[in-house]
Write a protein that binds this ligand. Structure first.
Ligand code: SAM
Length: 218
C-alpha cells in the first residue's frame, strides 16, 4: 500500500489553528496541546478529505467507525494525566490518532481494536509514521489481562457500564477514563483506584461515541 504523507504549510497552519481553538474550548494541558500540534491528523484521512482533517469534528474512517473529534481526544488525554513511561491501555484503536497522541505524551501504549480492517491499517500506518505502540486485535471490553496492570486505561467507545475486569487491571493509583451511557449519549467517567478494593468515581461532561461492542459491553 502506498501512503502519501506530506505535511506542508497549509496543514501545519491548520493544525496551529486547531490548537488555538482547543485552548479556547478550555483545554489547558500544554503537553496535550503540544501533542495535538505535532501529530499530522490529515495522515489519517484520504487526501480528498485533507481539508476536513483540522476541523473539530469526528470523521468516518470506514467499517462504520470514526476518528474521534479533536476536542474529545484532547479532553480524554487531559483527564488521563499521562506521565512519561506510564503503561497505558487504549481500548478502541480506530484510526490510531489517539494512540499517537498518547505516544507523544511519553506513554508505553498497549492498544486494542476489534475490527480487523482497522487493525491491519494501523499496524502499517503508525510504524510508517514513526509511532510504535503494542498492537492487539480482539475484544478490548475485557481489557488485556496478560499485560496488566496498567497505570492508565482509556476507552474510546461508549460503554453501557464500567466493566469490572478493567478496574482489576489498574495499578494502585491507576486511572480509568471511560464514556458510559446509552446509545445516544455518554458521560465521561474517571475512576481512580485508591486501594485494592476502593475506587473513586467522577462523572463529567456528555459526549457521543460509537458503541463499545463485546463480551463486557454492548
Ligand atoms: N480514538 C480513536 C480514533 O481517534 O480513531 C477512536 C476510534 S472510534 C471512536 C472507537 C473504536 O473502538 C472503533 O474503531 C471500534 O471498532 C472500537 N471498538 C469498539 N468496541 C471495541 C472492543 N470491544 N474492543 C476493541 N475495540 C473496540
Amino acid at each position: 500500500m502506498a501512503y502519501k504523507f506530506i505535511d506542508n504549510y497549509r496543514e501545519k497552519g491548520a493544525r496551529k489553528k486547531l490548537v488555538k481553538h482547543l485552548e479556547s474550548r478550555g483545554i489547558q494541558d500544554k503537553r496535550v496541546l503540544e501533542a495535538i500540534g505535532k501529530v499530522p491528523r490529515h495522515f489519517f484521512f484520504d487526501e480528498t478529505f485533507w481539508n476536513q482533517a483540522y476541523k473539530d469534528i469526528a470523521f468516518p474512517i470506514g467499517d462504520g467507525q470514526t476518528i474521534s473529534q479533536p476536542y474529545t481526544v484532547a479532553y480524554q488525554s487531559e483527564l488521563l494525566h499521562v506521565k512519561k513511561g506510564d503503561k497505558v491501555l487504549e481500548i478502541g484503536t480506530g484510526s490510531g490518532y489517539q494512540t499517537c497522541i498518547l505516544l507523544e505524551l511519553g506513554a508505553d501504549v498497549y492498544t486494542i481494536e476489534r475490527q480487523e480492517n482497522l487493525y491491519q491499517r494501523t499496524i502499517q500506518v503508525l510504524p510508517y509514521m514513526g509511532y510504535k505502540p503494542n498492537f492487539f486485535l480482539g475484544d478490548g471490553s475485557k481489557g488485556i489481562p496478560e499485560n496488566a496492570p496498567y497505570d492508565k486505561i482509556i476507552v474510546t467507545a461508549g460503554a453501557p457500564f464500567v466493566p469490572e475486569v478493567m478496574l482489576k487491571q489498574l495499578k494502585l493509583g491507576g486511572l480509568l477514563v471511560i464514556p458510559v451511557g446509552d446509545e445516544k449519549s455518554q458521560k465521561m467517567v474517571t475512576i481512580l483506584r485508591v486501594a485494592e478494593n476502593d475506587f473513586e468515581r467522577i462523572e463529567l461532561d456528555t459526549f457521543r461515541f460509537v458503541p463499545l461492542v463485546g463480551d463486557k459491553a454492548w
